[in-house]
Design a protein around this ligand. Structure first.
Ligand code: ZN
Ligand code: ZN
Length: 165
């Protein structure tokens, strides 16, 4: 997603883009196989440009407990502050991205990628009460009962039972 800088008018502008799958290349890219709806709300005041970017897509994960794949909506937003020209910058308290005066446009891809990676939760659960996998029998306890209590039949008794028939 590119924001024009050189010919950006003063005041508020809104940019929208659908980022097609596979156009951003990054580590953990497989988490975001769907298109990403990006909206940038840009506000220019003299040499300062405030840019608020919101992203909407679907994130695909594997559950930490049961290992099943699941998809959840992903919505996130971040804000950037650009300043055109390096010499006359007054503010020091905020993270300001300095732009050379001849900058034609700014590509937001690297910030979008950073935000998508930050949006991956630390704990990935297919649902809040996921029962996980039984370490004994390997049953997915969301779908089936644990089989650990079922004792396997003794093959010698099986033979005897056959004979008694
Ligand atoms: Zn699960
Ligand atoms: Zn079990």
């Amino acid at each position: 997603m590119k924001i024009p800088i050189l010919h950006l008018p003063e005041g508020f502008q809104r940019f929208e883009e659908i980022i097609k799958p596979g156009t951003l290349h990054f580590y953990r890219q497989e988490v975001y196989p769907a298109a990403i709806q990006a909206v940038a709300e840009v506000n220019k005041f003299q040499k300062n440009i405030r840019c608020r970017v919101s992203l909407r897509t679907t994130a695909h994960h594997a559950c930490d407990r049961c290992l099943e794949a699941f998809a959840i909506p992903c919505e996130c937003a971040f804000e950037l502050l650009f300043h055109i020209g390096k010499e006359d910058l007054q503010t020091e308290e905020e993270d300001v991205v300095l732009l050379a005066p001849e900058t034609a446009e700014v590509d937001l891809a690297e910030w979008i990628v950073e935000q998508l990676i930050l949006s991956i939760p630390m704990k990935l659960l297919c649902r809040e009460d996921c029962q996980g996998i039984c370490p004994g029998c390997g049953a997915n306890l969301n779908q089936e009962a644990c089989r650990c209590g079922e004792k396997p039949g003794d093959p010698r008794w099986e033979k005897l039972r056959e004979l008694l028939k």
